[in-house]
Ligand binder design. Structure first.
Ligand SMILES: Nc1ncnc2c1ncn2[C@@H]1O[C@H](COP(=O)(O)O)[C@@H](O)[C@H]1O
Ligand code: 2PH
Length: 164
């Protein structure tokens, strides 16, 4: 493996003090050896996609990583647990959701890990924050840059909370 790669992570929360949780989750990830924070987006208040539930707070971060994708996923799952994530229904409310969106230009499709995240290309709550910090990153399945993907989603349910 190369000395360092870039990974894009999506963060979301709609239970508890979401702002505090998301900020603390980024700090927690950045303290893990082999994970270095490079950029974080603004936070956005977003209408929930899926079953009726409270609005989410969403954002994205880019990390320089020196660990492989599976170890990075394990670190994300550990961090979700630390912040009280209990797995109930799919697409249901959660204190913290961390998704691995992109890892350099890797394409991976295993039962436990798909990269790029399979639903990222259609999600305004992912693409609107991500375009702030990675407009030129090429999503390797569509071969399109984030800027173009973001320009095509309906962003009516995505509202800026604070600027970077
Ligand atoms: N790219 C991925 N990022 C996060 N989790 C992933 C990814 N690909 C597969 N998974 C699996 O999904 C569940 C977590 O689901 P959520 O409801 O989105 O938290 C996890 O067990 C991963 O193995
Ligand atoms: N606005 C908004 N809506 C959402 C959000 C989110 O972060 N923001 N996350 C979801 C993801 O649900 P889940 O993690 O169960 O599914 P996934 O594997 O498709 O990410 C479902 N709906």
């Amino acid at each position: 493996m190369k000395p360092s790669q870039s990974a894009a992570i999506a963060l979301g929360s709609n239970m508890g003090d979401s702002y505090k949780t998301l900020e603390a989750a980024i700090d927690t990830l950045a303290k893990i050896p082999g994970i270095i924070l490079q950029a974080k987006s603004s936070w956005y208040r977003t209408k929930a996609v899926g079953p009726p539930q409270p609005d989410y707070l969403n954002g994205c971060a880019i990390f320089q990583v020196e660990i492989p994708p599976v170890l990075l996923l394990e670190a994300l799952l550990r961090t979700e647990k630390k912040f009280g994530r209990v797995r109930r229904e799919q697409w249901g409310p959660r204190s913290l959701d961390l998704d691995l969106l992109l890892y350099d230009d890797i394409i991976m499709d295993t039962p436990h890990l798909q990269i790029p995240h399979p639903r990222m290309r259609s999600r305004a709550f992912v693409l609107i924050p991500l375009v702030e910090i990675a407009p030129d990153w090429v999503e390797p399945i569509s071969q399109r840059v984030i800027r173009d993907l973001a320009s095509e989603v309906d962003c009516s349910g995505v509202h800026l909370l604070n600027s970077i």
